[in-house]
Design a protein around this ligand. Structure first.
Ligand code: C6P
Length: 403
């Protein structure tokens, strides 16, 4: 079996035999990311955007360089279209509270899919509740595909917002975001893409997609937790009210009122997460050096091996497409007669980490006709040996649980 040359970069994998198959929840961090953050901490740490002394100005420069790296990573036209947030959830809430509440009206429709993560459902439920708009759900085919007919029938002139995950965190399927953005614009709506699960696995270009907003998290692509990105088209961002207030997001403040700084500062209230941004930038560099060709090929090969293995266990049901290439390394399954929480706990005794539960996608669970599932999610640093250990252990779970 082939050696995975990237594993040696990850301190957490050294000196143990833990199989980490929960990469859709969060990824591990290579030493290059940790070192970039340590370097910032040890040489540059100061509050950015405020001080007129060397460290603060260097911290500002490091923070703005990270903004440029994020802009380049997703193909944004301008650096100022990148707003740093805490994570995808905060990015989506920013769009909902700021754009949503100021633009959506009673009778409008907010179109989304049943496979959205709760972080891309709850903010829109809030907008619908507060404005009198209606939520309209696009339904996938059994293999997870959103068809052209579904797009055309659900996105109409009533749509004000159309929002979709580029990759589902449960089915792993990639949604036709470009077609969905085009349909949204044809009907005068804006298109919001949740890129939490796509950015770690495939090249993304927001201008090619044509979306108006795009959200992702640093920790899902080997960066630190606590740093996320919201991309927005500058004309829309300029026109939006602030989401949170205070700190350097102001221009001028009187006792009664305030005027606000330009984008992106307008949306970055309080002290920013500069060390997180530096870590995210290092993660982007690391990911680029690995290369998306390698990421996608490794994930496809490992997923093929994993799905082949599971297909030989009669009691296992895998959800979504039968094609491993359409899973982005995410394989969601159940074992007949076993609760997924028991499956995850038993696998843990074999040092295998998978997630079990509703995966923050309860409307999708309902659509699948289950309460919960187990989920293995791979990344390019996983290996064939790990897949074989996982398949072997899954084959024994029923026996271990007394069947
Ligand atoms: N999904 C999972 O195990 P945050 O937590 O804000 O970084 O990301 C939220 C989020 C939004 N959209 C999608 C498609 C996601 O998958 C997630 C996070 C993790 O599936 C944790 S619940």
């Amino acid at each position: 079996m082939s050696e995975n040359i990237f594993r040696r970069d990850f301190p957490i994998f050294q000196g143990n035999n833990t199989v980490y198959f929960d990469n859709a929840a969060t990824t591990q961090r290579p030493v290059q990311v940790l070192e970039a953050m340590k370097q910032f901490n040890d040489t540059t740490n100061a509050n950015p955007l405020r001080g007129l002394y060397k460290w603060s100005m260097e911290a500002t420069e490091a923070y703005e360089n990270a903004r440029h790296a994020a802009a380049e990573f997703i193909g944004a036209e301008k650096d100022c279209e990148i707003i740093f947030t805490r994570n995808t959830t905060e990015s989506l809430n920013l769009v909902a509270y700021s754009y949503g509440l100021s633009h959506v009206k009673a009778g409008d429709e907010i179109v989304l899919t049943v496979m959205e993560h709760h972080s891309n459902i709850l903010p829109w439920q809030m907008v619908a509740r507060q404005t009198g708009a209606k939520l309209v759900y696009m339904e996938p085919q059994p293999d997870g595909t959103i068809t052209d007919e579904e797009i055309e029938s659900k996105i109409t002139d009533k749509a004000a917002i159309v929002t979709v995950a580029e990759v589902s965190n449960v089915l792993g399927v990639t949604n036709p975001v470009k077609k969905i953005a085009e349909a949204a614009h044809r009907h005068g709506a804006v298109c919001v893409v949740d890129g939490a699960q796509s950015t770690p696995h495939m090249p993304v270009n927001v201008q090619e997609i044509g979306c108006d907003f795009f959200a992702f998290s640093g920790h899902k692509l080997m960066g630190p937790m606590g740093i996320g990105v919201l991309y927005g088209k500058i004309d829309l961002l300029d026109d939006m009210p602030p989401f949170l207030t205070g700190g350097e997001m102001i221009e001028y403040v009187t006792r009664e009122s305030a005027t606000f700084a330009e984008v992106p500062e307008k949306f970055e209230a309080g002290t920013v997460n500069a060390m997180g941004a530096v870590g995210l930038s290092a993660a982007i560099t690391y990911l680029k050096n690995v290369g998306f060709d390698t990421v996608m090929k490794t994930e496809k090969d490992l997923t093929t091996r994993l799905m082949d293995g599971l297909s030989r266990i009669p009691e296992v049901t895998v959800y979504g497409s039968k094609d491993p290439a359409r899973h982005c390394g995410i394989v969601t399954f159940n074992i007949e007669g076993c609760h997924p929480h028991d499956v995850a706990s038993v696998l843990d005794t074999e040092n295998i980490c998978v997630r079990a539960g509703h995966h923050c996608a309860q409307p999708l669970m309902k659509w699948l006709g289950v309460n919960a599932t187990a989920r293995a999610s791979l990344y390019f640093y996983n290996t064939e040996e790990e897949v074989d250990r996982f398949v072997d252990a899954v084959g024994k779970v029923r026996g271990w649980l007394g069947y």
